[in-house]
Design a protein around this ligand. Sequence first.
Ligand SMILES: [Zn+2]
Length: 150
Amino acid sequence: MTAGRNTAGAPRAEQGMSYQVSKTDEQWRAELSREEYAVLRQAGTERPFTGEYDSTTTEGVYSCRACGAELFRSETKFDSHCGWPSFYAPSEKDNVELHEDISMGMKRVEVLCATCGSHLGHVFDDAPQTPTGDRYCMNSVSLKLAPSNS
Ligand SMILES: [Zn+2]
């Protein structure tokens, strides 16, 4: 585990704790598109090189598509050539929640929105070219970019 990350434990929901933004499955289904629901609420993954923000260089703030909480800023976005938008750090450490994911026969660290518990993507420590060495590999469909006005 890289220094500076929050400790990976069980997701808050599994610990019986609730999120600041908490909705029923029916509400999420009604509010999100089919694609958004599949990724955010069912931990799906969009196809690589297809996402809206894969190669975006626009300056601005990336927020959670499900609840609107700030997650990342464009200053930490880098071109990882992996096919998904990649950041080396969240704008605030507490914006995201990390936990170990052993699904699909792989040991990975899942990244969730700390405000609503929605699935965002995974984080890997395979980016030595960045200040943190981390690659937050996000689904475009989990994010919403608000371009800065400057
Ligand atoms: Zn959220």
